[in-house]
Design a protein around this ligand. Sequence first.
Ligand SMILES: [Zn+2]
Length: 205
Amino acid sequence: MNAHRNPDWQGLFGIVQGAGYEELRRQSANDLVSMDFPGYSIGGLSVGESKAEMNQVLEFTTPMLPTNKPRYLMGVGSPDSLIDGVMRGIDMFDCVLPTRIARRGTCMTSHGRVTVKNAQYERDFSPIDDNCDCYACRNYTRAYIRHLFKADESFGLRLTSYHNLYFLLHLMKQVRQAIMDDNLLEFRENFFEAYGYNVPNPKNF
Ligand SMILES: [Zn+2]
């Protein structure tokens, strides 16, 4: 049998629901924790509520879950939400965002979003992100990738997708290092400023 079809290789996570209601979240979390899952997901967030609301729900929900099991926030993939989720005890994320925006020509960079399809990049011979060492940034320019999009050549969206996934994996690597160096708050502030987020430091941190 293929190892990945073997139930022993799979982790069935319990998904905590309860919208923005603390008591419903508690009831859901308690019931799921009593079933002793290998990990716990937090669902019903990133479905249209504000970031402040999402952070508030995370603040009371993650402490309901065991610290020795992975905690997974579903459907969240923007850099600010990843960092703010980690600060509230989240270990894992998944999201279509990086590849969905990449297919429209939008890249996440260390200086914020760049839409390479835009006319302003027609003669921009710099990489998508001058601080990135991914395959796309090492080998191709914004102008070339823009040309690929204009020519409906699918290699363009493969390059931007690759870059965005690399960017987020690299971001999480930096977050792990910042936790080990005990300077996550400082990292967050610097990252937010460079990315162009106008988000004040949450009062609890
Ligand atoms: Zn790159």
